[in-house]
Design a protein around this ligand. Structure first.
Ligand SMILES: [Fe+2]
Length: 294
């Protein structure tokens, strides 16, 4: 098991060049940027960050979003998946293969209760890949992250922010800051913040007060133009911004007491997948693999 906390910046990256804290000398970085501007790459999410390849993928049964990110200008095209779902692993890996990416991390924002993570299946199909989850989740994984850690893929990185409240181990992954990182920044919020909503707080060590504090201190403090990508959407919406949610989120724009009252009175049904999904996800989906093999 690896813990990223003591290794910053980015020392865990398998693509580290030890002559530079970000893996490359300034000259090499310039070369990569120039190459991407010459048309090698086509699917960046951001005009000012031509290196980032980004895709939002959807799993319809649980309305889950999986995110694929890669440094397309690095020779190895290192990539990671955030919140993969077991039933769509083959689709995700086909895309990775087609694009010539090298998948190095399969990450979860938290222990999901509504689907089984694809991490275990992916580990069996992508040699060398590491699973990643927060230490606070109590789940099994190859790499445990804590607030402030950086997860590097090529010259890009994600910063880890603790956003408990939906579950005790929820984290938000935020793209890096600096001239070579995506602008605007992008935050993958899991279930801590949904578009015009938030995750429930009545299971898995949830706490409405903690969630309120997490969102206001860790997400709403990001620049207002930061793009927010949640783990789910049930209405077909795909992305929002910090500024938008600060104005229009019907729950999190309220004061803390009102928010607590809203969350205490949601009267939601018992999650139908929780008894299957949580035990499997506590071992990063490997339990699901074991039961299928036996
Ligand atoms: Fe969740």
């Amino acid at each position: 098991m690896l813990n990223l906390r003591f290794i910053r910046p980015c020392l865990f990256s398998p693509f580290l060049n030890r002559s530079s804290s970000f893996g490359f000398s300034p000259k090499q970085t310039i070369n990569f940027v120039l190459r991407s501007q010459m048309g090698t790459l086509t699917t960046s999410s951001s005009q000012s960050s031509p290196k980032l390849f980004f895709r939002q993928l959807f799993e319809k049964e649980s309305s889950t979003y999986t995110y694929l990110l890669a440094d397309f200008s690095h020779p190895d095209k290192p990539a990671l998946l955030i919140d993969p779902v077991d039933s769509t692993v083959d689709r995700d890996l086909s895309l990775v293969k087609e694009l010539g990416l090298k998948l190095i991390y399969a990450m979860n924002t938290h222990v999901h209760a509504d689907h089984v993570t694809g991490t275990g299946l992916i580990k069996g199909k992508a040699p060398g890949l590491k699973s990643v989850i927060s230490k606070a989740s109590g789940s099994k994984a190859d790499v445990f992250v804590e607030p402030g850690d950086k997860i590097c893929f090529g010259n890009l990185f994600l910063e880890v922010r603790a956003t408990p409240g939906h579950t005790m181990g929820c984290v938000t992954y935020v793209t890096g800051y600096g001239p070579d990182q995506p602008q605007p920044r992008m935050a993958f919020t899991g279930d801590a913040l949904l578009i015009r909503g938030c995750g429930r707080t009545d299971f898995q060590g949830g706490s409405s007060q903690q969630l309120y504090k997490s969102v206001h201190s860790q997400i709403f403090t990001l620049p207002k133009e930061t793009l927010l990508y949640p783990a789910h959407d049930y209405k077909g919406l795909t992305v929002t911004t910090v500024g938008e949610e600060m104005l229009y989120n019907p729950r999190l724009t309220k004061d803390e007491e009102t928010f607590k009252s809203i969350m205490d009175n949601l009267n939601l049904p018992y999650p139908k997948m929780i008894d299957v999904a949580v035990p499997a996800n506590m071992v990063c989906g490997l339990q699901d693999l074991d039961s299928k093999a036996s």
